[in-house]
Design a protein around this ligand. Structure first.
Ligand SMILES: [Zn+2]
Length: 432
């Protein structure tokens, strides 16, 4: 939809002349007139008309009936495009180009410029000559880099967008998939993923969630001065209501604002973590990472952690789940692997023996003894080799971010109850 526009501007010059510039902007105009908000960074000697969100037009007429336009083009860095190759499409001489690259690289690592980075090119066109007036690069939603082409100098300015914290309460009725149901409610993807992670040790998202279950979220997000959504932040409260039970979690931080964990309304860390150390009184003897294999003698990635402990020390199931593999497994010796919910597995190697009743398919509880430390397979001495798998990839159990299973002491519990009250109150205000 193109609207024809008639714009008239009057300029008085040297007390004598009056010139009128008339611009007819129709279909041709759309080629170079783009519609963006222009509240900042406007040169003071020009007038501007910002017609809603549609067109931005400047006209400036001089004695020689010279007509100048100001216009704005918006680009996005494409896949495979460098900032340098992006600049090639404009009429910059080599010095200008080098200067621009040098200035911008002070602010962002141009080797890592993100595909989709928004760049505005603002130009002056005087008669037929087009010159860049300034460039604005938006490396993130909160930052803009402003390159000003002054008469004889190119200058850099960085703007940080003012953003304001806000919170949002959303209730989701599950229809189809939980992801689709949440997306339909415009919940940002990072919040959805966080929500799923929070409950991933209590709820099997494939089996437990059904139609008409209700998900509740209360999360922080940021908006700019124009009330546009900028980004979302943490979940303060989350709840899943299944047919016959529900799970709820409140976010609890220390005085520095660092996350302690999420707790249920009684201050219990409702989510059971996988244990980082599924054995008592052991010492970590070999960490996850590259190392020289003690028997094979060459360097390879150690995809688990070793705990040295006397032979016969009980080994616990790191989390609730089902035994997926049990038996002698090559270099791992006597071996158990447990399948937990939502893509997590744990494996235990070099066992001396298995606890009674352990066999494939048996359900085990977190903390239950499943076997005993030994030195079977490729092992130099009694130790437990422990692995955590996520989606069939081995991950480092020591650094994995999982719910802590922390128990709050009395003073912490008091503080938590205060936090919980505050969150409840906020939610109440949101919903009323
Ligand atoms: Zn090991």
């Amino acid at each position: 939809m193109y609207t024809k526009k008639l714009i008239m501007m009057f300029f008085f010059k040297k007390r004598t002349t009056l010139f009128i510039a008339i611009l007819l902007l129709g279909v041709i105009g759309c080629a170079f007139l783009l519609s963006y908000n222009f509240s900042e960074n406007i040169n003071s000697d020009t007038s501007n008309i910002n017609d809603g969100n549609q067109t931005l037009i400047f006209a400036n007429s001089k004695e020689s009936l010279e007509i100048s336009y100001k216009y704005q083009e918006v680009y996005f860095i494409k896949d495979g495009q460098t900032f340098s190759s992006f600049l090639d499409q404009f009429n910059l001489n080599i010095n200008e180009k080098v200067k621009v690259i040098n200035l911008v690289s002070k602010e962002i690592d141009l080797k890592k410029i993100r595909i989709g980075t928004k760049i505005e090119i603002n130009s002056n066109k005087i008669n037929d000559k087009k010159d860049i007036d300034y460039i604005i690069i938006y490396p993130s939603k909160e930052r803009s880099i402003y390159i000003d082409f002054d008469l004889d100098e190119i200058k850099l300015k960085v703007n940080k967008l003012k953003i304001f914290k806000s919170s949002k309460f959303v209730e989701v009725d599950v229809n189809n998939s939980i992801f689709q149901s949440m997306t339909a409610k415009k919940i940002p993807e990072n919040i959805i993923m966080e929500f799923i992670k929070l409950f991933s040790f209590d709820i099997d998202f494939q089996r437990d969630i059904r139609k008409e279950n209700i998900l509740t979220l209360y999360f922080d997000y940021y908006k700019d001065e124009k009330q546009n959504y900028v980004k979302s932040d943490v979940i303060n409260f989350a709840k899943i209501k299944l047919h016959n039970q529900s799970f709820e979690l409140y976010r609890f931080t220390n005085d520095k604002g660092e996350l302690i964990d999420y707790f249920d309304s009684n201050g219990k860390s409702a989510t059971k973590a996988l244990m980082k150390t599924p054995i008592n009184g052991a010492r970590l003897s070999s960490a996850y990472g590259m190392r020289k294999h003690p028997i094979l003698g060459y360097n390879r990635l150690h995809q688990g952690v070793d705990f040295a402990a006397p032979s016969g020390t009980p080994i616990m199931a790191a989390g609730t789940g089902r035994i997926e593999v049990i038996g002698t497994n090559g270099g791992a010796g006597k071996y158990i692997r447990i399948k937990h919910l939502n893509g997590y597995k744990t494996a235990y190697a070099h066992l001396n023996s298995y606890a009674s009743g352990m066999s494939k398919g048996v359900k085990v509880r977190q903390g239950q003894t499943i076997g005993f430390v030994g030195s079977t397979g490729l092992s130099t001495g009694p130790h437990l080799h422990y692995e955590v798998w996520f989606n069939n990839k081995k991950i480092n159990p020591m650094t994995m971010r999982l719910p802590s299973g922390i128990k709050l002491n009395d003073s912490q519990l008091e503080k938590f109850i205060e936090v919980k009250k505050r969150i409840d109150l906020e939610i109440n205000n949101e919903t009323n």
